[in-house]
Unconditional design. Sequence first.
Length: 395
Amino acid sequence: MEFNAVTAGVWGKTLRKVIPAVVVLQVSACAFDTYSASVGSATGFVVDKRRGFILTNRHVVRPGPVVAHAIFSNGEEVPVHPIYRDPREKCVTLKSGERESGKDDGRINFSAIKFLNYEEIALAPEAACVGLEIRVVGNEKVSISPGIITCLDRSAPHYNKDGYNDFNSFYIQAVSGTKAGSSGSPVIDWQGRAVALNAGGNTSRKSAYFLPLERVVRALRFLQKGSETYVDIWMPVSIPRGTLQVTFLHKVFDETRRLGLRSETEQTVRHASPTSETGMLVVESVVPGGPADKHLEPGDVLVRVNGQVTTQFLRLETILDANVNSNIELQIERGGSSKSLTILVQDLHSITPNYFLEVSGAVIHPLSYQQARNFRFNCGLVYVAEPGYVYLEKH
């Protein structure tokens, strides 16, 4: 009982510090890519107070043009706009503030929030561990959902067959009763740090799925460095993101052996990996026309990348991001035979649509990597996000 009282006191102090930095996001979005036109609300949180950076989920802000506002806990409201949407992961960074009166030169006035004292929420992905007690803070009425992290290597959740799905990433799973509207909420530890980002869940099973923050921290550092370069005028910042247009799955060693992995290769991988490693990365699918098309096939087991044993998504992603528009060397095993391949890493931003044509209510833009992956088409084909009056069936 005494322990619980101390714990409650610590959490109370932590939450009083965190809640002012958590915002409700009200978003109006047009049809674009995997989403239809919609109006909705969710959660975000301040990760850089001085620069006005707010972190939330990709599906909250959507990949296309939006009009959005952030509402703080005291009811103060400020317009926000996306400055970085990750082409694959479920994260978006927003910039808050108002244009200075009479100006349209990119300068932002951060005095919009005048009556609330708040501090940014620090990101601490390294603190996430099995058994960690957490609080998910968010939703329109600032609900607080307690939970315990149970798994750090859950497969990325599959939301639907013809929409957005994350992939090539582990997710964190927790026992927590998160509700609709808490998407984009910070997953807080007792020190008030965000150890993950609330991304989704299964309400019937009381399971919540969180996005790890390692690559989010990287993107945030790029954005912070860019804002220092241009001081008070915001300019686009290039954040390198590489891809092979391949979907990998993490398979346990028993399954890789059934795919033909040789015992000597398994021993080499086990010796070079942490003792906690349970498997390897296996090719699930390859997008037609992508860099790995005609090179990799479903069932190929990844052994090395640039000479390094690679069994984790984070390690693979780090290598790809560091080698955009450069060749990398892959060693794979296919049906018991070892193969060495040289593949060019493509710029992920180059296959992410950033413009559209609107005519008679129809919205048309290049086919995104997300939808090319869903339907096994080449990226860049013509995609109708909204039929409007032109492409309705009756016409």
